[in-house]
Design a binder for this molecule. Sequence first.
Ligand code: ADP
Length: 190
Amino acid sequence: MRIVIMGAPGSGKGTQAALIVKELDLDHISTGDLLRAAVAEGSKLGLKAKQVMDRGELVSDDIVLGLLEQRLRSGGDAGFILDGFPRNIAQAKALDTLLERLGQPVEEALQIDVDEEQVVQRIAKRAALEGRSDDTEETVRNRLKVYADQTAPVVDYYAHKGILSRVLGDGSIEEVFQRIRGVLQIQGDS
Ligand code: ADP
């Protein structure tokens, strides 16, 4: 299966994506992780990306698309879940073109809905645990704004294609995962 998972920063999409890949044996592709790896390498591209990420802005489409294409080409045929991409309409269209070329179109788009208050609380907790440099209050506010302005329209994009499902992201990790299992029609009782 080829899935796109969407949700505001702090919606839990990364956590749920990790559970889904385990269950369905998919490849987990997170553009946030790809970018953080580039930053950790200390390459010129990584340095440039870090400045943008620390402001809570989107890294340029060219850079992210380049990293993504490289990663997709090195993956197998088992299917994948894309986490953190696409984040604007231009990326959604570029993804369609790229996946069409690879003969691997997106089959499911999954949106995790959470309210803003909850997201802010969760990220504050994560900041204390993980120390991500883009989890400061000011940056989080900007990430939420960027999400509302640029990423929320992507949800409509997939709704128009008729492949969108939405789940509520409140409650425990396990509760949210059970909702996702229902939507993706994953069998079993674990
Ligand atoms: P979150 O969903 O909590 O914001 P991510 O790890 O998905 O966490 O993203 C962290 C940051 O990485 C984003 O704020 C952005 O700067 C950058 N980023 C990740 N994915 C993309 C993308 N598809 N396009 C542009 N920038 C991205």
